[in-house]
Write a new protein. Structure first.
Length: 643
């Protein structure tokens, strides 16, 4: 029989907060069931712990469980557990937590943020999760008895201004929460929560890996008219990440990954972590075996799933995985986070940043092991995810050294094999102090670039970098293993003559500079719209000319990328280098010398030839002509003259 009944009034501030909880704080009303199940799971955990610590506590822990039942006719939903339960005073203290745990601070935050979107991300900080039930229920009744006590307590409220509390002479151990549900209103996301299918859907999404059994309690009459209870399991309780890896078959991992990533193929690599200490968590991460369809989409799903004590919190926790590792799939189960921690708070949480650092270290370490122990599997990974990994060289300077070790790059050494930077350095010629590379639109375009000629002739290996991001990251990497990275399309080239040749070579260079000084001055002046300087080249052997940049100039391809992104950049004038041994250049020098003596009108065909020479150099590197029609006409006229 109930006794000592009281009607207590919520404080004004608490009533205000309750109104916010019901009307604007949560964006997803299904969360109420997650909150109730999480509370029940905590109660079972506490009972198990207390039973171990207190030998005098006489409780049965052989069948700890959470039960859910509904009555469609009465429109009620009940969630009960046989956990630790609460005393009368604990009901007042704990159910009244919102009046003590930062109400004013929460109201202040909500006042600062006028938009209601995302308010549900604040709720877990203030212990008000229980009150989410009033989003879907007109009235809520809670019946509880603390383990070890004889009497129980009943609490009831409509979530308005008051609640009723009374003592019970008898009640089952644990806590039962009964919701008298509001009418179904799908427009406002109030669904039929008496339906088994809906309950199963919510439990599967949020609470599938709770360590205690969650059972749907239904009943039927047998042939004799006796009511028979038929509990049905709602959750799997099979959190793979919480089990030792030695106890989990690869087939279980594979099946879990396929469900998680919506992939049809087995994962390439499995990474299982368990971290203990001040901040405990488990993580189960996977590397896909092939490129997923949304890898490069702007709105691609990224980040791993976040759980707190096996309760699902967030589908894509971006704070735990950097963007360049967006292909990593998996879950992290933290033990000491709020159930409703916000994305904003995660970005700034010191413990989360620590987890992120460890996850990145684990992934990169696993990739390093894969590269060392299984080159074929690593090549499979690189083919699928090499491009995102290169992004890490720009985004993650702390791990830049590890990322450089993971690069697989094409080079002039072997068209069928890729090389690591370490492999390149080990093969460097004696006296070579720089790592040479060249960027371009494709391997054939780079291999046939005039910039390659002297390097190939002298036997120097050059890295071939055909990806768009290759235009950027080498500029952000100062060196590898003490060797600077050097674009062979920039600056002066000195491939080092032998000591005995130095004097003779220098004398020859001076003579050629004097011999071509007039032509170089003419080219600089006549092509002033396009180039800032003309000079003799030491990098050309068979082409007549090429265009090079100064050491710190932006490449034309990078300028084009920035313009495509809406960032206007003025075109950078580059340097025209000419091959003094090429017949076209020697003929042009002769023609210029003769025309200079004859007068200005005689220079017109020489000027046209200079423009053709520049256009040929631009086309040879894959550049785009400013006036293709003019170039076509000049070439057609010259061809006509030769016939």
């Amino acid at each position: 029989m109930p006794r000592n009944a009281q009607t207590l009034e919520f404080e004004a501030e608490t009533r205000q907060l309750l109104h916010l909880v019901v009307h604007s704080l949560y964006s997803n009303k299904d969360i109420f069931l997650r909150e109730l199940i999480s509370n029940a799971s905590d109660a079972l955990d506490k009972l198990r712990l207390q039973s171990l610590q207190d030998s005098d506590l006489q409780v049965d822990t052989s069948d700890l469980r959470i039960e859910i039942e509904s009555d469609a006719n009465a429109r009620t939903l009940t969630v009960r557990d046989n956990g630790i339960g609460m005393s009368r005073q604990e009901v007042i203290d704990l159910i009244g937590t919102i009046a003590k745990s930062g109400t004013a601070a929460l109201l202040e935050k909500l006042e600062q943020s006028k938009e209601s979107v995302g308010h549900d991300r604040l709720i877990g900080q203030f212990g008000v999760g229980f009150y989410s039930v009033f989003m879907v229920a007109d009235t809520v009744t809670l019946t509880t008895r603390r383990a070890g006590e004889t009497g129980g307590t009943r609490w009831e409220s409509s979530g308005e201004s008051t609640y009723e509390i009374e003592e019970l002479e008898d009640a089952p151990q644990g806590t039962a929460v009964t919701l008298y549900l509001k009418p179904v209103d799908t427009d406002n996301q109030v669904f039929d929560y008496t339906a088994e299918q809906k309950v199963r859907e919510i439990v599967k999404r949020y609470s599938d890996f709770i360590r205690w059994p969650i059972r749907w309690c239904s009943s039927r009459e047998d042939e004799s008219g006796t009511v028979v209870e038929e509990p049905q399991a709602l959750n799997s309780m099979r959190a793979l990440w919480a089990r030792p890896r030695s106890e989990v078959a690869d087939s279980e991992y594979h099946e879990f990954y396929k469900q998680l990533a919506h992939d049809w193929a087995d994962p390439l690599e499995i990474m299982h972590m368990k971290v203990e200490g001040n901040f405990e968590y488990e993580a189960l991460l996977f590397l896909p075996s092939h490129t997923l369809f949304d890898l490069y989409a702007q709105d691609a799903r990224r980040g791993v799933q976040l759980y707190v004590n096996r309760v699902f919190i967030m589908e894509e926790c971006e704070a735990l995985v950097p963007r360049y590792l967006r292909f990593v799939k998996g879950v992290v189960d933290a033990h000491d986070l709020s159930l409703n921690v916000s994305r904003e708070l995660l970005q700034h949480d010191r413990q989360i940043r620590g987890v992120r650092r460890r996850l990145v270290k684990k992934v990169l370490g696993s990739l390093g092991d894969l590269q060392k122990n299984s080159p074929e599997k690593y090549l499979e990974f690189w083919s699928a995810f090499g491009l995102p990994l290169k992004e890490g060289l720009l985004e993650d300077t702390d791990n830049q050294a590890n990322l450089l070790d993971l690069l697989l790059l094409e080079s002039t050494r072997d068209p069928k094999e890729q090389t690591t930077l370490r492999g390149y350095v080990e093969r460097m010629k004696e006296g070579q102090e720089e790592i040479y590379y060249l960027t371009g639109a494709s391997r054939p375009a780079i291999e046939n670039s005039p910039h390659m000629e002297a390097f190939l002739a002298r036997g120097f290996e050059v890295l071939i970098l055909p990806d768009a991001i290759d235009e950027v990251w080498p500029e952000q990497v100062p060196e590898f293993d003490g060797k600077p990275l050097r674009s062979i399309a920039k600056g002066h080239v000195d491939l080092g003559a032998g000591e005995d040749e130095d004097g003779a070579k220098q004398e020859e260079t001076r003579e050629r500079q004097e011999e071509f000084a007039g032509l170089l001055g003419f080219l600089t002046e006549s092509l002033a719209e396009h180039v800032k300087e003309s000079r003799l080249s030491s990098r050309l052997t068979s082409s007549p000319a090429c265009l090079v940049g100064d050491d710190h100039d932006m490449t034309p391809a990078l300028e084009k990328m920035y313009r495509a992104m809406g960032q206007p950049f003025p075109a950078t004038k580059r340097i025209l280098e000419i091959n003094s041994a090429h017949p076209l250049v020697t003929a042009l020098r002769t023609a210029y010398a003769r025309a200079s003596e004859e007068g200005a009108s005689a220079l017109e065909p020489v000027t046209e030839t200079a423009e053709l020479l520049y256009a040929l150099a631009l086309l040879a590197e894959g550049g785009e002509l400013a006036d293709p029609a003019k170039f076509s006409k000049m070439v057609a006229d010259r061809l006509t003259q030769t016939l």
